[in-house]
Design a protein around this ligand. Structure first.
Ligand SMILES: Cc1ncc(COP(=O)(O)O)c(C=O)c1O
Length: 425
């Protein structure tokens, strides 16, 4: 019996389903991690994988990036939690505003879920309206406001709303098809009590789905016409698509933005920000409540400052290199799949991609759900057997990091070739 299997049996006795977040589970049991470095991750049995799960997109700079480690270590020597303000929190918010001009003020929080929860409460407090609109398949965290037709792990379970969620909360969350601005407009014509539209500008929790040309522009226009705030959930895209996220990439100004993942490159930190007049609604100055013991904790803030500074310093090399590596990988996998006559679609942008086994374009929740997930699961298992770790679900994305070398990419292409042969059988 492998060490991972033994650990899984132990884990199941004390941790529900043996894992601490649903998408980490796959058949027959997940590998247990011993360590990670750069682009690589090792399991407890000594197997080594090239990591494309990458902390679900957080590790843009790869594991154990030296600038981040040294800033964190020097902060650890000065203390881990003060629960009183620090200069570095001010610095981090200044850095965020500089990179994301739409975020004039930010609150630094811990997780993406906390950031979207605060963004939505802020929108309700600011507009004095109750409902929100989200898009099918977008995932904005595990809280009641948004756990309706959600992607990521929730897409695997097949529930529209989680059991135990408040029906009253989900009734106030209206769901519109992604890439359908007409439907958004007609819902807003009908519904007068909508505070905000929340969207993943690139949908990275249903596999990867790209916004069609003009979808985001139209959304911006429609939201303004109806006096509804536009929330860009950039927990995945922030700092990944550019130093100014998807909003800079597509030149769109949202009213509120949430960041997470790449902001801290593997440390627990997230942010919510927007125009001064909206952010000033937060307590104690305003009447919208948000609080956390660990918000703005100095260790995470030190990590985020080093991450943002490093991404800014490297940006002229970082983003072109990530995009080149991703395009190269995608075009090789596409050629291999086509040569094998495997029906497939690959969606990609920036440093993210996903393959779907279907002959129809994947543009929304239903077209993603129509893909052959049995084939995807086979691909996942075969990739793992060949030393490649991608997220274990069709409804997640493959993420590249700056640590992936040309050699990693070559090995990955070879592994996809072997794995796709097995999928084809
Ligand atoms: C777009 C998006 N928003 C919010 C979240 C929630 O973030 P967290 O898991 O840090 O709570 C996620 C997590 O995957 C996400 O992908």
């Amino acid at each position: 019996m492998s060490k991972s299997e033994r650990l899984f049996l132990r884990a199941k006795k004390v941790i529900p389903s043996g894992i601490n977040s649903p998408v980490r589970y796959y058949e027959p049991y997940p590998f247990f991690v011993r360590k990670a470095d750069g682009s690589m991750i090792w399991d407890e049995d000594g197997n080594r994988f090239i990591d494309y799960c990458n902390g679900y997109g957080a590790l843009l700079l790869g594991h154990r990036r030296k600038e981040i480690l040294s800033n964190v270590i020097s902060q650890l020597r000065k203390g881990t939690l003060y629960c009183a303000p620090t200069q570095i929190e001010v610095e981090l918010s200044e850095l965020v505003s500089k990179n994301f001009p739409s975020m004039q003020k930010t609150r630094i929080v811990n997780t993406g879920s906390e950031a979207t929860m605060t963004a939505i409460r802020l929108a309700r407090g600011f507009t004095k309206k109750k409902k929100i609109i989200k898009f099918e398949g977008c995932y904005h965290g595990a809280h009641d406001y948004v756990l309706v037709k959600a992607g990521s792990g929730a897409a695997n379970i097949g529930l529209s709303v989680s059991e135990g969620s408040l029906e009253e909360a989900s009734r106030n969350t209206l769901v519109v098809q992604y890439n359908n601005s007409q439907e958004l407009d007609s819902v807003l014509q009908r519904e007068k009590d909508v505070a905000a539209v929340i969207v993943e500008p690139v949908l990275a929790n249903m596999g990867l789905i790209l916004p069609e040309k003009n979808f985001l522009n139209e959304m911006r226009k429609i939201a303004s016409q109806h006096d509804v705030l536009l929330i860009f959930d950039e927990v995945v895209t922030g700092f990944r698509m550019s130093t100014g996220g998807a909003q800079k990439y597509f030149s769109i100004n949202p009213d509120i933005t949430t960041l997470g993942k790449a902001l801290g490159n593997g440390f627990v930190v997230a942010a919510v920000g927007g125009r001064n007049e909206i952010m000033d609604m937060l307590s104690p100055g305003g009447r919208v409540y948000q609080a956390s013991t660990y918000a703005g904790n100095p260790v995470s803030v030190a990590a985020a400052i080093a991450s943002v500074k490093t991404m800014n310093k490297l940006k002229s090399r970082l983003y072109p290199r990530l995009e080149r590596a991703c395009a190269k990988l995608v075009s090789a996998i596409r050629d291999i799949s086509s040569d094998m006559k495997i029906h497939h679609q690959i969606n990609f942008i920036s440093s993210m991609f996903q393959i779907f086994f279907t002959d129809k374009p994947v543009v929304d929740y239903s077209s993603a759900k129509a893909a052959d997930t049995v084939k995807f699961n086979k691909l996942f298992q075969e990739l793992l057997r060949n030393g490649i770790f991608v997220a274990p679900s069709q409804f997640e994305t493959v993420f590249l990091s700056y640590a992936h070398s040309d050699d990693n990419i070559r090995k990955t292409v070879a592994a996809y070739e072997k794995a796709l042969k097995m999928v084809k059988q």
